[in-house]
Structures are given as C-alpha cells and as structure tokens.
Design a protein around this ligand. Sequence first.
Ligand code: MN
Length: 130
Amino acid sequence: MSGRVVLLIEDNEQNRYLTTYLLEGNGYRVVSAVDGRRGIEAAHTLVPDLILLDIQLPEMDGYEVARQIRQVPKLEGVPMIAVTSYAMVGDRERALESGCTGYIEKPINPETFITEIEQHLPAKGRGGVL
Ligand code: MN
C-alpha cells in the first residue's frame, strides 16, 4: 500500500467512480472535488501527492484551475495530470502551459491507467513523511 493521497477534480460521477475504484484498488487514498473552486480548496488543505484534473469542468475550466493551483507555493511541486476527452491538436500543450505535468486522454484505459499516472510520481521510498 502506498498510502499516497490523490486529489481527483472531476465533475462526472461515472468518471469519478471508475477512477476512484482503480486508485483505491492500488492502495491510493482518493479525495474528490466536483468543480474547480472545491478542487483548489481541497488542494490547499490536503497538499496531495498527485492531482488528477478534468479539463471540462463547470464554471472554471481545468486550465484555469491548474493555473491557480500553480500559484500556490506549497503546491508548486505537486504532479498534476490533465485528464480530458478533448482530442484537439494543442490541448496537450495548453495543459502543460497551464502548469500540468502530464496529460491522459479519456476514456481512461483501466489496464494502463495506474502505470500512466505512476510515471508522474516520484519512486516509492522518497523522503516524505508517509
Ligand atoms: Mn468534466
């Protein structure tokens, strides 16, 4: 069990369910937020090990959420992966410009999802408190 905390910012209930199921099955603790404002608040409180960020969110889109999270000094080093069904050219670049460290396309592939996100996490046994 890694015990790492993942903040999932996602407005779609089915996506939240599947993502949470996969992460918890692999030993992660998942905290969900259903919109950007709640997500930013939760990021401040938790300082998670990883943020999974839906781009298509109500009111404030994921790019803006990413920019605001990156302005918080204590969240500067938190890996943040955009998860989006947008398949337009330039989305990856836009996500990275907004402060995301990676990009996963929806629908997520349950067989490769954990491997994909772990590429953005430091190796286990890093010098953290957990
Ligand atoms: Mn969405």
